[in-house]
Design a protein around this ligand. Structure first.
Ligand SMILES: [Zn+2]
Length: 705
């Protein structure tokens, strides 16, 4: 349907009958593998392109259509399972982009002969469709989709699937349909278990879920997750009152009933199904779900749009393979198979030596990916990666692309082992390989240029006029070895540098003087402690108030800071010990080591006492406009906030007494939503959290701008 429009990915071109027969065989094999053990030689995108190529060829050569062709068949004709479905489990037709969606809706409304006024819009989950049969409230049988007419009995999995209760709230007989999948955490756990068992990992969460659901006698158990998306009378001809209601109620109300039975639905996620009245609102929700995708802890591959009313569904009916009253709006792929061409090893500013995968360029979630993270040498060994391997690569939204696993059955024998460096790739000194993350024995000194460049950056000390070539010049001249040395530079030393005039010298000295007064949060951030970026630095500074207090803290005390777990806390403590001399040098230079608003300067306390005021407790910024509030800033800032970086807006929140946070929850007090705010705004609205425009917010904190 509606193929060949501009937003559709290109189809595989098939030249002749031989190529057509090969393409059909390839698609049938891929489909059988996919619905069999969850592996496939083709990723989703490649499979879609292939099938559309086959369709195009068949349209031009109707006399050559092979009976085994995957076109027009559910699950590409893969035959698995022998449990007949009560009602066929059909797949959905796809649309790519808003134009095709509008065309689909228009043709549906022509067929119905009236406009659709109730649309249900929900995330399309990237898992396996299953049917769950309950008798008198007890889960008695679980069946995969199979070929849509009959599936495989996987009842042995009952009891390992979160969200699919063994008993419903009421003793009803009903068939539920939904998706079985693995969350990010479940996938990591499953990979670790399989690794421990046979040294291999799963390629991705979906194949892990497929394999887990269908395997009967694995020596280890992996947890799965279920989200329900439909309920049917059982048996189909049942004439009980419940069956009647399931036939007559709108889809949205059936899903409320399903959730009320204790079954998990997407209502508990940021991509909950919503009911809207027109196509414009459908499009808005499609955008919101697409924007929320990268932040989800489970995979979605599109958005399902369906008529909510039972009467509309009945009037629209079915084609041979799909309902006419629903469609899948496909989102760009977030995972594809590509080639691992090379592995580069780089030393970062803290001396950590990290491998990076160089890939055959591949388009993922709307951008071309050429590099992906490989974490560390141990991780490469664990995954058994080799150069030349076909690998699954994942990327969504702003996350750093990552290589998930090699596709072992695509190996040709030409793969080679990955070279592991024996010395630091930056300075040639030895590697400290005692930790999983390798490090140059010279530590931060190895890439002093990078640490200094980071420290003087806009979100840290914000020292203008210190470009990277200037820093290099100072390092070469032996004037500095770290960023604390900058504060000891004299006017004469600077003037002696090439291309350094009086004006730039004075400007730099003034900028250095201003930098000494930066709040502790920025000074701490400038240290570049591993695992602490801008927001973590602000939290640490707000928690402890002074550098003395931070340095005095042990791992248990550091762990009191939100977001620092038992793994990170000892790293922070060890890093601070390593940075001892640097911090002392900063203190001696007169750099500020307190966080304003947390611990007030002694002069203020003296004034308070003189005035006979009780004063607030240290650490309690009272009387500030955002006191006690948790604030989330999202979207593009406008008005008085337009010139501020996200870090600066968060600092503003904290100056005004609030706590800057990144995730919206019921505890959030206020969401500042700029242009293109997306899912955080939606979530705030659904939770009833107050939402302000950047302009309204600027008015609230005007005194602190
Ligand atoms: Zn080095």
């Amino acid at each position: 349907m509606m193929r060949g429009m501009s937003e559709t990915p290109p189809l595989t071109s098939i030249a002749d009958e031989t190529a057509y027969a090969e393409a059909v065989q390839l698609a049938v094999d891929a489909s059988a593998a996919y619905y069999g053990d969850g592996t496939s030689t083709l990723d989703d995108d490649a499979y879609d392109r292939l099938v559309r190529g086959i369709e195009a060829y068949e349209a031009g050569h109707p006399d050559q259509v092979l009976p085994s062709s995957p076109t027009g068949k559910v699950a590409g004709g893969a035959v698995v399972g022998d449990v007949p479905h009560t009602v066929p489990m059909l797949s959905l037709d796809n649309v790519f982009g808003p134009d095709q969606l509008a065309a689909w809706a228009a043709s549906l409304e022509r067929r119905l002969d009236h406009p659709v006024t109730a649309w249900s819009v929900e995330a399309k989950l990237d898992g396996l469709a299953v049917s769950a049969r309950y008798r008198r409230g007890r889960l008695v049988q679980l069946v995969t989709r199979g070929d849509g007419q009959a599936g495989e009995d996987v009842s042995h999995s009952i009891g390992t699937i979160v969200g699919l209760p063994e008993r419903l709230a009421e003793p009803v007989t009903v068939e539920l349909r939904g998706e079985v999948m693995m969350t990010t955490a479940q996938f990591a756990d499953a990979c670790a278990k399989r690794q421990a068992h046979d040294g291999t990992t799963f390629a991705n969460p979906r194949s892990a879920a497929a394999g887990t659901l269908r395997t009967r006698d694995r020596p280890y158990v992996c947890e799965l997750t279920f989200f329900g998306y439909g309920a049917l009378p059982l048996p189909p001809g049942d004439d009980s009152p419940l069956a009647g209601r399931l036939r007559e109620l709108p889809h949205s109300q059936i899903m409320e009933w399903v959730a009320g039975q204790g079954v998990q639905t997407t209502a508990v996620t940021p991509v909950a199904g919503v009911l809207v009245a027109d196509l414009e609102a459908v499009r808005a929700r499609v955008e919101e779900i697409a924007a929320a995708r990268a932040g989800l802890d489970f995979g979605i591959d599109g958005i399902v749009i369906k008529c909510d009313l039972a009467a509309d569904q009945a009037a629209a009916g079915f084609s041979s393979r799909a309902p006419r009253w629903a469609v899948a709006y496909k989102l760009p792929a977030t995972e594809k198979i590509t080639k691992l061409l090379a592995v580069e090893w780089n030393t970062g500013r803290t001396g950590i030596i990290a491998p990076r995968a160089v890939l055959e360029p591949v388009e993922l979630d709307g951008s071309v990916v050429t590099y992906a993270t490989l974490h560390n040498a141990a991780d490469i060994a664990r995954r058994g990666l080799m150069l030349g391997d076909s690998v699954t690569v994942y990327k969504a939204g702003d996350v750093i692309p990552r290589v998930e696993a090699p596709v072992v059955h695509l190996r040709t024998g030409d793969e080679r082992p990955i070279d592991i460096p024996r010395v630091c790739p930056s300075c040639g000194d030895a590697i400290d390989a005692t930790q999983e993350r390798w490090r140059c024995v010279r530590g931060r000194a190895c890439r002093a240029i990078a640490s200094i460049e980071y420290a003087v950056g806009r979100d840290q000390l914000d020292i203008e006029g210190l470009a990277v070539n200037r820093i290099q010049q100072m390092l070469d001249a032996g004037l500095i070895a770290d960023f604390a040395d900058l504060f000891y530079l004299t006017r004469d030393q600077l003037l002696a540098l090439d291309r350094m005039g009086e004006t730039s010298t004075d400007n730099l000295l003034a900028a250095l003087e201003r930098a000494k007064a930066q709040p502790l949060s920025r000074v701490f951030c400038a240290l570049g402690v591993r695992g602490t970026g801008r927001s973590m630095s602000r939290r640490i500074a707000a928690h402890f108030g002074t550098m003395d207090a931070i340095r005095a803290a042990d791992a248990a005390a550091i762990q009191q800071v939100e977001g620092i777990g038992p793994e990170k806390a000892p790293v922070v403590v060890a890093e601070l010990v390593e940075l001892d001399a640097l911090i002392d040098k900063l203190i001696k230079a007169g750099v500020n080591m307190t966080q304003p608003g947390v611990v007030r300067p002694p002069a203020d306390e003296a004034a308070d006492e003189a005035a006979g005021e009780a004063g607030g407790e240290a650490g309690e910024p009272l009387g500030l406009p955002l006191a006690g509030m948790s604030v989330v800033v999202t979207g593009t800032m406008t008005g008085p906030l337009a010139a501020l970086s996200r870090n600066e807006v968060n600092e503003l929140v904290e100056r005004a007494g609030g706590k800057a946070s990144s995730g919206v929850s019921a505890k959030t007090s206020l969401v500042v939503a700029g242009d293109k705010a997306g899912s955080k705004r939606t979530k705030a609205e659904s939770l009833g959290v107050r939402v302000a425009t950047p302009e309204e917010f600027a008015g609230l904190v005007a005194a602190f701008l």
